[in-house]
Design a protein around this ligand. Structure first.
Ligand SMILES: [Fe+2]
Ligand SMILES: [Fe+2]
Length: 274
């Protein structure tokens, strides 16, 4: 890939696909990820509503959303290769019929623009560490290449939202406590409906939606791919977005605790998420 030029679907080595290396459990979470990513266009609409007078940010948000949509297309195409019975567009339709973003919002649901940008940083922390972990977990060469490209984008997205966050912090006078609270709230939402519903829409067949069951099923699988280094980097990026020292003792203790929590949570979920 040339510098300054974003990758396209044609850069993915589709002909190197190896069916025998597809892990059916990983395939399930990839299908769910494809739903959420492909929904990026709606997020751009929401962000443009929240930053109506900020032309620079609106342009960046549209470009960003185009990249997220492409993530969905790449993952969806891979999932269709890996499982010919999977219909990406049909599943996506089911996802958007059951899950809608607050598209009519005129102000950030996070209380301020800075808050919105902290939340966007946290989402990119989540996706960058997730695709790093998935890319290292899979032996399938095409999925590896896709995850590597996507992870690089997600790290860049984090830097993009962080750059705009710095611009708004002074303007809005948002303090560290508020930033920490927004970050915590957004992390708390990570087991929320969006991913659980995406997982259900892509994997649920004819069954009715049961929020608890599907969110457990999703989290149980997703948590299994993280290694300590992914958590460490994610916590450092989270601390930075929240205005805390990313390299201090608190960050170190938090990342150890977070990794232990993931392992503990996964053990607890094993009983209900089979
Ligand atoms: Fe993405
Ligand atoms: Fe992203």
């Amino acid at each position: 890939m040339t510098v300054g030029k974003h990758w396209t679907l044609d850069d993915i080595p589709w002909d190197r696909f190896e069916r025998s290396k597809v892990d059916p459990e990983l395939l399930k979470v990839i299908k769910a990820a494809a739903m959420v990513e492909y929904n990026g266009g709606d997020y751009a609409t929401y962000l443009c509503n929240v930053f109506p007078d900020d032309l620079e940010f609106k342009a960046a948000a549209k470009q960003w959303a185009g990249e997220e949509v492409q993530h969905g297309l790449a993952l969806g195409r891979w999932a269709e290769m890996a499982d010919p019975d999977f219909g990406f567009q049909a599943s996506f339709k089911r996802f958007t019929e059951g899950y809608r973003l607050p598209l009519d919002a005129r102000e950030s649901v996070r209380g301020s623009r800075s808050g919105e940008l902290v939340a966007r940083c946290i989402v990119e922390v989540g996706t960058s560490s997730y695709y790093s972990a998935l890319g290292e977990a899979t032996e399938e060469p095409v999925l590896r290449a896709i995850c590597k490209n996507i992870a690089a984008d997600e790290f860049r997205h984090y830097r993009l939202f962080y750059k705009h966050l710095k611009r708004y912090l002074d303007k809005e006078g948002v303090g560290r406590l508020q930033r920490v609270l927004v970050a915590l709230r957004r992390i708390g939402e990570s087991e929320d409906d969006e991913l659980a519903y995406a997982y259900y829409a892509a994997n649920g067949g004819d069954e009715p939606y049961d929020r608890k069951r599907w969110s457990h099923a999703y989290a149980y699988r997703a948590f299994g791919y993280y290694r300590p280094k992914h958590v460490e980097r994610g916590i450092a990026m989270t601390f930075k977005a929240a205005g805390l020292n990313p390299r201090g003792n608190l960050a170190r203790w938090t990342s150890r605790g977070a990794y232990r929590f993931l392992k503990y949570r996964r053990q607890r979920l094993a009983a209900t998420a089979a």
